[in-house]
Design a protein around this ligand. Structure first.
Ligand code: LLP
Length: 446
């Protein structure tokens, strides 16, 4: 993947490039920036920092873009990217389903009013509580990820019940923005191998269980994929397996779930997966492969997470300290790896920006670090920021809506930031800040 550098022409010298920001983002006088019609300085004043801002219109527009690109498919939002009750409602109102991977995600969705039949439960190691909760709440489908789950789910369903399931297949296609998020080949923990016959074997066993109704096959080849070719390769292999299942068992599976993984740009100029191009390529390949195998085309499912939530979020931090060490300038903010572990985990690069005042000096190369007690707590290394950045300034980081707060930790007992929804000039708190009282109250030992 080609990454732009701080000196690339797209990253305007004054850092004023808003291409990866929500569509509603507007410049205000004196270096201000508004998202969803609300100035980020106002967010910082009302809700304190760090704070996560989520643009409702951007989330909804992204849901609609999926419905439009895949009009005949079922689009499931992958809750692991970010979930809250408001998010559940937006996803429901936009007609998407939900991909969940724990009792926690499912319970939050269903208690917020989400129709359980439009949920799909994933997980390579579902706990007894996950399965019991899923069956109690009436989950739509369960995706089987290992052979031992087959008998477990059948037993939990009971003799008179019937549960829709899919089998997660590893198609042998390598894709994804980082080694830790590549899941399409046999050298990782998810799914059942197509190559070594485990997937076929699992399908045979599922078809013999009267309590289980196999609706189709699932694959998720990786995350932050910016090219359509791995998806079409996966379609070819999955259709090949569906044809073999038809030949062996006389059973035509009605569904094919291609998972998520659709890549987005975190900095101006970075590549992103082109959604209409993906939809066209997948459709064409599905028609071609199915015609060649004389299979009816299965109904498609897709499971985007990052591409729905990521670009709709902005993290707002306050600068606490500025330090020059040798030839490096460190700007330390009031958040860090506890609210965004992604740079430390995957080496992801972000493009922070000064908001709320006009820069008084030309940009210089700066490293934005967090407040946590380790040297790896870096939010953005070597980014251009005004040379007069000082404590009290606000820094905003775009593309902060996915896999940041959902992966937030309690490190250093700093407490997790709030989530504020912005929409048509109004800001409202969705998730409140974790307080010292919250942190203390869970600790009940003497
Ligand atoms: N479906 C399944 C079965 C998945 O495991 C995932 C993500 C998705 C859908 C959604 O993938 P997306 O469209 O969001 O790429 N923490 C990492 C990403 C981990 C993705 C895990 N599975 C990150 O921050 O980049």
């Amino acid at each position: 993947m080609t990454l732009t550098t701080a000196t690339a022409p797209e990253a305007a010298a004054d850092g004023d490039d808003l291409r990866v920001w929500p569509a509603s983002t507007a410049r205000l006088p004196h270096g201000g920036l508004a998202v969803g019609g609300v100035p980020l300085t106002e967010i910082a004043e009302r809700f304190d920092t760090p704070a996560y801002v989520l643009d409702e219109a951007e989330v909804r527009a992204r849901c609609r873009a999926y419905r439009q690109a895949f009009p005949d498919a079922e689009v499931l939002y992958a809750a692991k990217a970010f979930l809250s009750r408001a998010m559940v409602r937006w996803i429901d109102e936009e007609g998407l389903g939900l991909d969940v991977c724990s009792a926690g995600e499912l319970e939050l969705a269903v208690t917020a009013g989400f129709p359980p039949e439009r949920t799909v439960l994933h997980g390579n190691a579902k706990s007894p509580r996950d399965l019991a909760t899923a069956l109690r709440l009436g989950v739509g489908r369960i995706v089987i990820d290992s052979p031992s789950e087959i008998a477990r789910i059948a037993a939990a369903v009971g003799p008179s019940g019937r549960q829709q399931v899919m089998v997660r297949v590893v198609p042998g296609v390598s894709a994804g923005g980082h080694e830790k998020i590549r899941t399409g080949t046999d050298d990782q923990k998810f799914g059942l191998s197509l190559q070594d016959g485990s997937a076929q074997h699992a399908v045979t066993r599922v078809l013999r269980q009267p309590q289980l109704e196999l609706t189709g096959l699932h694959c998720h080849i990786g995350s932050q994929i910016t090219d359509t070719a791995p998806y079409t390769a996966a379609v070819r292999r999955m259709v090949g397996l569906m044809a073999r299942i038809r030949d062996t068992h006389g059973h035509t599976l009605p569904e094919l779930d291609l998972g998520g993984g659709h890549g987005i740009a975190y900095r101006p100029g970075e590549p992103a997966l082109d959604l209409p191009a993906l939809a066209r390529a997948v459709r064409t390949e599905l028609s071609r492969s199915c015609a060649a195998a004389r299979l009816p085309e299965p109904r498609l499912l897709v499971e985007p997470g990052r591409a729905v939530a990521g670009p709709a979020g902005v993290a707002v931090y306050r600068v606490l300290a500025v330090k020059q060490t040798g030839d490096r300038v460190f700007v330390a903010v009031d958040g860090g790896m506890s609210d965004n572990p992604r740079p430390a985990l995957y080496g992801v690069r972000y493009a922070p920006r000064l908001v709320g005042r006009t820069p008084g000096a030309p940009p210089r190369t700066t490293t934005v670090v967090g407040r946590h007690c380790e040297a790896g707590d870096i939010l953005a290394a070597d980014v251009p920021l005004p040379g007069d950045i000082r404590p009290g300034d606000l820094l905003a980081v775009p593309v902060a809506g996915a896999y940041q707060l959902s992966m937030a930790s309690g490190y250093n007992l700093v407490g997790r930031p709030p989530v504020v929804a912005v929409h048509e000039g109004t800001a409202r708190l969705l998730v409140r800040r974790e307080t010292l009282e919250d942190l203390r109250s869970r600790d009940i030992g003497a």
